[in-house]
Design a protein around this ligand. Sequence first.
Ligand code: TRP
Length: 335
Amino acid sequence: MSERKRCLSGMRPTGKLHLGHLVGALKNWKALQERYDCYFMAADWHALMSEYEHPQAIRDAVYDNVLDWLACGIDPAKSVIFRQSDVPEHAELYTILSILTPLGWVERVPTYKEQLRELEGRELATHGFLGYPILQAADILLYQAHVVPVGEDQLPHLELTREIVRRFHSLYHCELFPEPQPLLTEAPRLLGTDGRKMSKSYRNTIGLAESADEIRRHAQAMFTDPTRIKMTDPGHPETCNVCHYWKLFAPARAAAVWEECRTSTRGCAQNKRELAEVLIELTEPFRAARAEPRGRTQQELEALLQAGAERARQVAQRTLMDVKRVIGLAAPATA
Ligand code: TRP
């Protein structure tokens, strides 16, 4: 095995990826490939936990998300790309971990109550949904991951994972798992096109693979500095969402844009029009990945995922065997 530390992260395939995923996760994943042995997983069981009443879209979302991972430079030659449900060891380790995790630990995870509120309209008072963070712990521990790139909202799940590790070690007198550390994505906060929190349910996201015209339409509809009524009013770029997009997606030009905005030499309409072109160029690889005839077919993606699952399983099976040995479910290793 290589000397590099291991990194695991996952996304729930519940829909198409947007600019928020690009700055919040994918850019970071791409960079991490150079320093860690990375495992990137489409967490379809986690998706099923909230979507089980209408699960039809999950399978296609896996293909769609993985296409975007590849388009942004996640490289199957460097990283293991796989689908959670193709590696049944996740479910097996989840069973064992759920047996030894006190109920109070999962009941008090703050994301649990939050999600119940946020995903209202769905029947989420299930046994599985309560176990969501335990399955996530299994995802991480199966690969004995040292680092887990996540957004801030996932920190309680990492904390729970570390608590489970300590309990496992103390129960079975072993030191099997590194305590995984979160790698907080320095995600510059990207708001939705309407200035509210970015969320698919607000329809304020810009999809990575949307057409140029759709992107122009989104940009046109963006909110700008509300105190700037006439073009001759000086703008306040620090409070303008369009200007924040400039800073994030065209940092080299942003200073000039901000200055023109302050000095009223750039109007909001022009600002949005030009931002649209920046975003269109930036998202070109995601459209190209779907263009006929060069885009990957579903069969090719499936083959790629199967190859990834095979590599993932080799590691997962070894860890699971070690787990069973320290518990005593499997016979000790023979030398
Ligand atoms: N819960 C994560 C999210 O919603 C997705 C996820 C599943 C994950 N398993 C993981 C993230 C393991 C990191 C590690 O974003």
